[in-house]
Ligand binder design. Structure first.
Ligand code: S3P
Length: 173
């Protein structure tokens, strides 16, 4: 097992980029705490992500998300799997940079579709499960992701083990 890191590791990237899977892999490799942001929000609010969007709108969800990012700076260094839209608020990126490093996971729209097409828990994709829609939303988000990351790792055609090793070696070099 590699040594624990003394800072938070924030995994960012589009829905289906592999953030949750890779976060669990890094947690095992590094023996650090794991925070799955969406899960934490669902627990705290006692509602599904779909219901939060319906009740409070996307903006209300973003407020809850921003508060969580802020709180994560005050707890033990962890591996944090972020919601795909966390980067669209500059304040979130600033807060993440204060307490850790940001790892941007990428995948092609085709790979993303394969990974998300059977899920129903992503309000922004419900009813839009196609490559065109995913590509468009990805394009709208591109600058946010590109300007936020410390390291960028492509996940296409790589195993979970390969991706985790690449991240650990680049974070510790
Ligand atoms: C969102 C991504 C989701 C979740 C919410 C909004 C987004 O998380 O936070 O549905 O705006 O990209 P995942 O990236 O974990 O699916």
């Amino acid at each position: 097992m590699a040594e624990k890191l003394g800072f938070n590791v924030f995994l960012i990237g589009f829905m289906g980029a592999g953030k949750s899977t890779i976060a669990r892999g890094l947690q095992k490799e590094l023996g650090m705490e794991l925070v799955e942001m969406d899960e934490r929000i669902v627990e705290e609010q006692g509602m599904s992500i779909n219901d939060i969007f319906e009740k409070y709108g996307e903006n209300g969800f973003r407020d809850i998300e921003s508060k969580l990012v802020e709180d994560l700076g005050n707890q033990e260094a962890s591996i944090i799997s972020c919601g795909g839209g966390v980067v669209i608020r500059p304040q979130n990126v600033e807060n993440m940079k204060k307490s850790g490093k940001i790892v941007f996971l990428t995948a092609t729209p085709e790979t993303i579709l394969e990974r998300v097409k059977n899920g129903q828990d992503r309000p922004l994709l419900n009813g839009h499960m196609n490559v065109e829609y995913i590509s468009e939303l990805m394009e709208k988000r591109r600058d946010f992701y590109e300007s936020a990351y410390d390291i960028k790792v492509s996940t296409d055609g790589k195993t979970k083990g390969e991706i985790c090793s690449e991240i650990i070696s680049r974070l510790t070099e």
